[in-house]
Ligand binder design. Sequence first.
Ligand code: ADP
Length: 245
Amino acid sequence: MNARILEIEDLTVSFDGFKALNNLNFSMDEGELRVIIGPNGAGKTTFLDVITGKVKPTIGQVRFKGRNLRSMSEHQIARFGVGRKFQTPRVYLNLTPRENLELACNRNKGVFSTLLGRSSVTERRTVSGLLETIGLVAKPDIQAGLLSHGEKQWLEIGMLVAQAPDLLLVDEPVAGLTDEETEQTGELLISLAQEHSIIVIEHDMEFVRQISRKVTVLHEGSVLYEGTIEEVQNDPRVIEVYLGQ
Ligand code: ADP
């Protein structure tokens, strides 16, 4: 059995008394590719914010690789092995894919030796390996600004992977992509899940069907349901929540 990589117990996050997360419990094993869905305002973004340390729990525990994250800064948590991909690609548009990846591979190298230790994905990848993984092997030297939206998303994923995170958090990776790019993104995430644990927030149910084995449904700051995509789509509580939107 795989080890637990993330364990969240009785997590509540209040903003001026409003509970964005409300007594949420969640766990996942190493090597899982988990999808989080839920209507707008369900707490999905706040959930990722807590894992990265951007938002601290009002109540409750977040344990990553057995360590309580409460006292760690965002930077320490990132160094400890949590990478986050935001919805909009954050790549250097005036540099090439190769240069972007070189920067990502060299970031932090040797400069910081942290007391917390770094991520435990042992092999840092090479730039050429990364170009291959993200499907940009034919375009290493064009300006990143000329890449399609999908290609920019993959490049940013490559830059995150260069940091060798144990856990990769990915927020709506296929919004605005073509069908073909969406499918390729799914294949990329599935292949990355062989080495990294991944949490994806997504609305596109076809895409969820392509990538996921287990789906967690958030509603009003708590876990409403967990199961396969088929179970989720047939669960009366989930249907009610979505129809009620
Ligand atoms: P989702 O990503 O599922 O749409 P969010 O995590 O963004 O949900 O938000 C959950 C709830 O918490 C929403 O009602 C939102 O308005 C509220 N919320 C999120 N961040 C803040 C904040 N910084 N201050 C006040 N309320 C917030």
